[in-house]
Design a protein around this ligand. Structure first.
Ligand SMILES: Cc1ncc(COP(=O)(O)O)c(C=O)c1O
Length: 495
């Protein structure tokens, strides 16, 4: 007989069952993680869709062991494994075990961090972590913030606050000012800035792209010109978004110069440190974030460079009072009187209502291993990226773009002779062929309209030998493509 429905609920009567089930699941994941010999199997969406479609969702399997067996076929066997040293693609990190312990606890207790009466200590722990991070960023005594679902949401909320501050400061009615608001960000900034502008009802051309230098850092002189153009056109700059760790190039905009200009113009400075925030824990590279302390708001993605499981992100603000722009009161949840009663309801600061206790993962991380250990892991991948850059820049078969301040390497294979005309296609092919083989997963991007490949290194287990091996595979796949296109390649020369 299958157990009755209520036996599946975690209650005081079923704690044993919970322990057995979760332990069994964790054991299978541990075995899978330990036995992974490739970051990906290369399965196609069509093949996997067939497996997923065979699960009859109206006929439950009845027990967890059977569901785990099935899960193997629909997910675990073909998942993309970020812990594998040859996963080199996007901003996904391997995760630290103390955070996984936190994840287990938070999902079982299932606190919701919208109100104190649904979380108690969870609210206080989140607040401590916000204070801890804001102190590391140097945001000052009035700083506050809230955990979010990710960098995109943090950026959205930052721009919401900036918009409201700009509208409050402007003379004309809201409806007249809104289409005239502008956001300045670099050409290498994250696309969530554009999405946020759309969500916030700004004009279609509200995001003004500021030129970058050869290292993909915002040019202060170009920012001056953008300010000047907006002034001349009667537009109001509501925010400058500086990026501390651009997604492709790992470049950090010159924060002190940008902060100085924002202060002079009275403009909100948001620093998107979704990627670069790991430097807050580094004992050797913290200085790369100098100037962040002058930001009005900061995005930090612990699920990128603090080795936390998704989701774990926060928005920090220098003056906590700005968070009032996200505050609404509901009689059933957070009535206005609770403010006077000093009841800490985080929903007053958040775009979300029901919200996971993601902060617990970072708490467990800091309590078990500490920030220095996180910083060491991040420093290690930054060092590895520098070594990878040297390897590629000394290899005449490759072109590298810029030396990252963080842990990306953007490069492309350059076929010789007439094969050069196929460089774009050869690099696109090499990326796809690598993923299809499952030997490695690398990312791609474009630079000045040309196709490039990208390593994002976030796994300290990735050795320079792993990187060298993947580089050789890229060359082989690219050569094979060119050979098919034009015939055998001439031998490579060091010219
Ligand atoms: C610089 C930067 N900002 C924001 C984001 C968005 O973060 P999330 O994916 O957590 O929404 C990313 C994601 O890669 C990023 O690189």
């Amino acid at each position: 007989m299958p157990p009755a429905a209520r036996e599946h609920l975690l209650t005081n009567a079923t704690a044993d069952r919970y322990l057995r089930t979760v332990t069994d699941g964790a054991a299978r994941v541990a075995a899978r993680i330990a036995g992974t010999d490739r970051p990906f199997t290369g399965i196609t969406p069509e093949h996997l869709a067939l497996e997923v479609a065979t699960a009859d969702l109206d006929r439950p399997l009845g027990d967890a062991a059977a569901a785990l067996d099935e899960l193997n076929d629909v997910y675990l066997r073909d998942a993309v494994y970020f812990h594998h040293p040859r996963y080199l693609a996007h901003l996904n990190c391997p995760v630290v075990i103390p955070a996984l312990l936190g994840e287990t606890v938070l999902s079982a207790v299932n606190s919701s961090l919208d109100t104190w009466d649904q979380s108690a200590g969870g609210t206080l722990i989140e607040q401590r972590l916000i204070d801890w991070t804001a102190r590391r960023a140097g945001l000052g005594p009035l700083a506050d913030g809230v955990f979010t679902s990710g960098g995109s949401q943090s950026n959205l909320q930052a721009l919401l606050l900036a918009r409201e501050e700009a509208l409050a400061a402007s003379g004309p009615p809201r409806a007249e000012t809104l289409p005239r608001l502008r956001v300045l960000t670099s050409a290498a900034g994250h696309f969530s800035v554009q999405k946020s502008a759309k969500l916030l009802g700004l004009a279609p051309d509200a995001v003004v792209t500021v030129e970058v230098d050869a290292d993909r850092r915002m040019r202060p002189a170009a920012l001056d010109r953008a300010f000047e153009r907006c002034r001349r056109d009667g537009l109001t700059v509501m925010a400058v978004v500086a990026t501390a760790g651009t997604t492709d190039f790992g470049s950090i905009d010159p924060l002190p110069e940008i902060a100085r200009r924002c202060a002079a113009a009275g403009v909100w400075l948001h620093v998107d440190a979704a990627y670069g925030c790991g430097l807050l824990a580094s004992r050797t590279r913290r200085h790369l974030l100098d100037g962040i302390e002058r930001a009005d708001s900061v995005t930090v993605d612990y699920h990128k460079s603090f080795f936390q499981p998704v989701s774990s992100s926060a928005l920090l603000v220098r003056d906590g009072r700005a968070l009032r722009h996200a505050t609404y009161h509901a009689d059933y949840l957070n009535p206005e009187r609770t403010v006077a009663e000093r009841i800490p309801n985080q929903v007053n600061k958040s775009l979300q209502t029901t919200r996971r206790f993601d902060a617990l993962k970072l708490w467990m991380t800091l309590r078990v291993m500490g920030a220095d250990a996180i910083g060491e892991l991040f420093d290690e991948v930054v060092d590895r990226a520098a070594a990878a850059w040297s390897l590629l820049s000394e290899d005449p078969r490759f072109e590298v773009v810029t030396r990252s301040q963080l842990s990306t390497v953007v490069f492309r294979y350059l076929p010789t002779g007439p094969g050069r005309a196929y460089a774009d296609e050869a690099n696109l092919h090499a990326r796809a062929a690598l993923a299809a083989s499952g030997d490695a997963v690398v990312a791609g991007t474009t630079v000045d309209g040309r196709h490039f490949l990208k390593f994002t290194l976030l796994n300290p287990e990735t050795t320079i030998d792993d990187i060298a091996a993947v580089v050789e595979l890229v060359a082989e796949h690219a050569d094979r493509y060119v050979e098919r296109a034009i015939g055998p390649m001439p031998a490579c020369t060091a010219s």
